[in-house]
Design a protein around this ligand. Structure first.
Ligand SMILES: [Fe+2]
Length: 435
């Protein structure tokens, strides 16, 4: 029998995919080159967005020394909120606007890089906050033109935000997370120095590492780009275009690296090889989902994080109580992949195999369960909460969870299977407890 082809042409549908390739450099100690990188992008006075905790560490010392040596003036901004809000973005934009900067550098995790993207956007093209925010909460106004140059330097191996055109925001009054997505938000350069992960607590590696894995598995199992309507104009082809042969390369390799090294990176503090590998996987997965998109586990995460401001995760004891992004996502992942697998069973089985599951003798109809079981095994091995119950959610929260999760049309449309609100309620119910 002929093997099914994931990208078989569909009459009347999209025939092409496009790649906005990332400029990036990767290596231990590469932050020492930051000054030259900044000068190369024409920066003379930089807004340096830095996580408060990172400010005391080696990475900050290395980065600021590099800027000084290259004669680049900089002003640090560290009022970064972990899991940023509309209010924290507006405050950051005011700093960016008032400082007369010609470039931006971010040094931190996803929250820091995302805050920097938003500050650059609103300082360069001022508008009311909801103007650029995604539908249905915002107005999805296209960004009028390029932003100022931005060098993103991740210090956690998670979000891949250094490679994406996306910034996630918690709209406090609406109790919902959404995003601003536009290609001009993509950083001009990613400087990825894995030595920055040396001091990361195990709990943070676990949370951010599962974010990497879900980015990779979701982009690998996303609907094929060939099933979308063709764009009205070339410029209208979305960044999140569905799985495609380019995103497959990064996502499958990121799944493989994560499957091999994530548990060790969490449980063996001295295993630098595992931490470095995970850092590269994060960037690879960022490149993949930056071109393909993510779907149900991420869509469902928004209400999981948005409705809970009391949870304290391991490794995040010094932050405001919240569900870290990676936990809010992976907590839905086994349930979501059980649901999506029938639409693309070969892909789910291939993802499970790359993740380290034994698929000898597996049947295609078991693909979702095999992928879910391998993820659950890894969640258990790294001390993650056992389903939504452990975050404090019960059946009574289902309507609220579904409302927020279903309000992410840009992500739902990337799922390989059409999803009703009833389907989503079933997934949240399935995700209440895993073992
Ligand atoms: Fe994510």
């Amino acid at each position: 029998m002929e093997k099914p082809v994931y990208y078989a042409p569909v009459p009347g549908r999209e025939t092409a995919f496009s790649v906005a390739a990332n400029a990036m450099k990767f290596g231990p100690g590469i932050l020492a080159e930051l000054g030259g990188d900044a000068v190369g992008l024409g920066m003379k006075r930089v807004a340096l967005f830095v996580d408060e905790k990172v400010k005391d560490g080696e990475a900050y010392a290395l980065a600021t020394e590099a800027l000084r040596k290259a004669g680049v003036d900089f002003e640090p901004y560290s009022a970064i909120k972990v899991e940023p809000t509309d209010r924290s973005f507006i405050a950051a934009a005011e700093f960016a606007r008032d400082g007369n900067f010609d470039g931006f550098v971010s040094l931190g995790g996803g929250s820091t890089m995302d805050t920097c993207k938003a500050a650059n956007l609103y300082a360069t093209w001022p508008d009311e906050f909801l103007a650029y925010v995604n539908l249905p909460f915002g107005k999805l106004k296209p960004v009028p033109g390029p932003l100022k140059p931005h060098i993103a330097c991740p210090t956690t191996s998670g979000t891949g935000s250094e490679c994406t055109a996306n910034t996630v925001v918690d709209l406090v009054d609406l109790k919902v997370k959404t995003a601003i997505s536009h290609r001009y938000l993509k950083p001009s350069l990613a400087v990825v120095d894995p030595t920055t992960t040396h001091t990361m607590p195990a709990g943070v590696i676990a949370a951010t590492g599962f974010d990497v894995l879900t980015h990779a598995i979701e982009s690998y199992t996303a609907r094929p780009y060939t099933t979308r309507q063709p764009p009205a104009t070339p410029a209208a082809r979305p960044a999140f275009q569905g799985a495609n042969p380019y995103s497959d390369v990064g996502s499958l390799e990121a799944i493989r690296i994560g499957g091999k090294y994530l548990v060790a990176a969490v449980n063996e503090p001295d295993n630098l090889e595992a931490r470095y590998q995970l850092m590269f996987a994060a960037t690879l997965a960022g490149m993949a989902f930056g071109n393909a998109g993510v779907h149900l586990p991420h869509a469902m995460s928004y209400s999981v994080a948005g409705m809970n401001h009391t949870y304290v995760a391991k490794g995040y004891e010094n932050d405001n109580p919240m569900v870290p992004h990676g936990i809010a996502v992976v907590i839905n992942a086994p349930a979501a992949f059980r649901f999506t697998a029938p639409a693309a069973p070969e892909r789910h089985l291939a993802a499970a195999e790359a993740l380290g599951a034994d698929i000898r003798g597996a049947r295609l109809e078991d693909a979702g369960e095999i992928l879910a079981a391998r993820l659950i095994q890894m969640m258990k091995a790294t001390g993650l909460p056992n389903g939504l119950n452990d975050l404090g959610y019960t059946e009574a929260d289902l309507p609220g969870l579904v409302k927020g999760g279903y309000a992410q049309p840009r992500l739902l449309v990337i799922a390989p299977r059409e999803t009703t609100e009833k389907d989503m309620e079933g997934m949240y119910r399935d995700g209440m407890r895993y073992w």
